[in-house]
Write a protein that binds this ligand. Sequence first.
Ligand code: AMP
Ligand code: GLY
Length: 411
Amino acid sequence: MKVLIIGNGGREHAIGAKLKQHHDNIELFFAKGNGGTESIGTNINLTEVNEIVHFAKDLQIDITIVGSEALLVQGIVDSFHQYGLKILGPNKKAAQLEGDKAFAKQFMLQHGIRTAKHQAFTNAKTAIDYVTYQKFPLVIKATGLAAGKGVCIAQNFKEACDYINDILLNKIFGDAGNEIVIEEFLDGFEVSVLSIFNKKNIYPFISAKDHKKIFEGDKGPNTGGMGAIAPNPLYTSNIQQDFEKNILQPTLKGLLQDDLIFSGIIFFGLMVVNNECYLLEYNLRMGDPETQTVLPLLNTDLLKVVEDAIDGNAITLDWKHEHSCCIVAASDGYPGNYETGKSITGLNKISTPYFIAGANKIDNKFETNGGRVLNIVATSDSLHEAKNKAYEAVHQIHFDGMYYRKDIGLI
Ligand code: AMP
Ligand code: GLY
């Protein structure tokens, strides 16, 4: 069995490691992978849809799993299907639910999926006229893919105008900012729910909590995620029922009705306000670092889950009744500019699992080459213990400028 995983972060390393756990003899390929994935498979230096499709065809790859969103929006799944190749992910049409926030909001509205009230704009003056009469804070989003950086919570009229002009006139996100969505600010707590869609049903995973801001106490700019825990302790069974009734079921009905049918991941980004779930966004790939946090709790064979999703079979998911904590070690300066090429020591001293997010392997040693560098994960019977084990491991590791949040897992 040959499996190709597309992406180069800790998420892809974690997916590969989980597949290997149940299938020692599986042959893994990563496009383009990183210093961690090369110890469990073969990294191939391909990033374009056409190149990757031809590689998969020539090598007779059995299954491909797409980690990152950009290629999904470009239609990599459609290209694979043209050659009869099996791939986990949405087709180009369905990928708009992640790649175009105006499309996603319209879908939510049409199918009664609970979400913040919103308006979409392409014209800066009309958008500014609209915000003149709104209450602050107000949330302004570029509709295209902006690597998690396209959202501004404007505290006042001036901030809103500046951001609208930056996106629609100054084009700080290029074409990803041809349109904006302006929506009401929801004051609650966030929950990440990953799930898998087999063309017929959506099967939710256990919940997770991401820590998106760079600094402790959720301060500073947003990052890709500085750590996560699973399950999310605030996600009670009542809230879960509310999610299934008001978000998951209407999403499934909408996908089937609108012919947005695929085999792939649906990641629901939720805001919970007064015990009611609101859908902030869909991502149609696994979360990072949610994946690194959640997969260690999965008992079920991940390859079987993926195959069942692709073949449209019913899916069984069995989870450990444990807690997981993942801490991200990042380069000083991230999410802004940072230096690379710092040598990493101490990984041989830790007994918890870790995934490489942004490091190369040179002469059998790891050197940093990204903003987020390492994901250290620990599981245990209690969240407290999982957190302590993860931090104990982090304390053994060193590279120049290593930065991590000290409050991952504090609620
Ligand atoms: P998104 O890319 O839409 O998930 O937004 C990124 C982040 O911005 C979310 O994880 C939230 O922290 C925040 N955010 C987005 N929309 C809202 C909203 N309507 N109210 C409050 N915070 C929001
Ligand atoms: N951790 C959030 C994301 O993957 O989008």
